[in-house]
Design a protein around this ligand. Sequence first.
Ligand SMILES: Cc1cc2nc3c(=O)[nH]c(=O)nc-3n(C[C@H](O)[C@H](O)[C@H](O)COP(=O)(O)OP(=O)(O)OC[C@H]3O[C@@H](n4cnc5c(N)ncnc54)[C@H](O)[C@@H]3O)c2cc1C
Length: 498
Amino acid sequence: MSQVGANSRIIQSSNVDVYHDEFDVVVCGFGGAGGSAAIEAAKCGAKVLLLERASDGGGSTALSSCEMYLGGSGGTSLQRACGFEDSTENMIAYLQACLEDKGDPAKIKLYAENSADHFEWVKSLGVTYKEAVHLGRIVVPDSNESLLFTGNERANPFLDYATAVPRGHVPSHEGDFGGKIFFAALKQAVTDQGVNISCDSRVLGLIIDDDKILGVSYKKDNNIVNVKVNNGVILTTGGFVMNEEMVKKYLPLQSQFAAPYGNPWDEGDGIQIGQAVGGNLINMDEAFFGVYFYPPESLTFGIFINKHGERFVNEDSYGARIGYYCSQQPEQEIYLLIQNEDFQQSIYMDKLPIIAVAETIDDLEKEAGFQPDTLTETVKKYNTFSKSKHDEQFRKHPDWLKEFKNPPFAIIDYSFKHQSSPLYSDKPGPLMFTLGGLETLPTGEVLDKSGNVIPKLYAAGRTSAGLPRSGKGYASGMSVGDATFFGRMAGISAAKNN
Ligand SMILES: Cc1cc2nc3c(=O)[nH]c(=O)nc-3n(C[C@H](O)[C@H](O)[C@H](O)COP(=O)(O)OP(=O)(O)OC[C@H]3O[C@@H](n4cnc5c(N)ncnc54)[C@H](O)[C@@H]3O)c2cc1C
């Protein structure tokens, strides 16, 4: 929990006795967004200070799989090498459908127009990708293919809007090492650009005089250090999922059952600092909220039902979309009905109880304790849809429609209270990271409540409300893709602000 109150986020210059140094650009937080911002600012000729609270940079970016959601412009070099074309219009149409009215059209456009180039930038850091596609329904491939589907591209309603193209780009390595590979390359580039890096340095707040930003104050080795900033301060301290107070305030429903997914310093420092000088906070009630049940993909032949025995989502959706709809069900009681031939143990199923097994759906309904004629009616309907290959309720893709006719049948209890991810959190529940923050322009400039730019203040990554703005429309790769791309934009803008 953050120990710094909102009031201490602003330091009046009259209270500053001494400035220890002076920089053109100060970047606060050395994760994906901060590292990318620092590189670009330094390339523009700025003298850059990069401050990091932990003993080394990395943040959630280094913890991540580093899937980046990239495409458009005819296709990235990886998409094209794997035989896929991806027009910018197609990518925009998909992102708009995902983000609905929450999306920022200007950010969507700039990102779709430039993300193929951004991929070349990432490769230029020395990150390698294998020119091979994984077409299975997977979250992170254990094998080393670098291109995959990471969202809802092949599910309805998205097929109404855009042609399905894989856009997940993951560094080539067997196993889940993308973030480490990417961050090592990013850090090398930051060092090569001559950026001054200061770790164990917690940014406390901004030094202001008459509403003008003059500098940054941070704590290092128990000393307060004050630096002057000529061009701009870039806030890239990540999101706020580790700040219980903020999570309770902005995500009251999810706070009851979600487990935080991020690094320990996702405490919302940058968001609070920006807010203290008038920055507008938006999208604070949105979060990635993942309920994965695949791989194995054969589980997709199953159906999700709530405590009333009713379906509520097309089961071929991405885990974050499933998670959103699960969170909307009464008491978040969720069950997966599966028949024997499709059942395989999922890595996400470790602690989930199988609550009933039976030879008929009738018996299964009784054994699992559903009200009479609830589950049986749902399955009757679903079997009709499967026979006609047309899911009239949720438009699950025909490839995943299959009658329940080969017993035994089983019900797995997916209720949130049983879910756990010991690798990432000791708290049970589906994993969450936040998607709200400071309102920014695509340039990274922070806006106040009236829509005016706050001079010299920039933000990117999860400190800002960036490209990804909805859990139910999220695709894996949108966050690191956004953080690194818009981090670069902020670095360039801040450096040129002189
Ligand atoms: C296990 C895991 C896997 C994931 N996989 C993916 C994926 O494959 N693709 C994807 O798109 N997203 C993924 N995500 C989400 C994604 O990693 C993050 O949302 C994204 O990396 C955030 O980037 P950022 O630059 O905003 O923040 P971060 O990378 O978290 O960087 C913020 C930095 O700021 C520092 N900091 C915080 N407060 C202060 C302060 N006061 N002063 C100085 N420094 C401070 C932190 O220590 C941190 O180093 C994953 C997340 C997790 C946890």
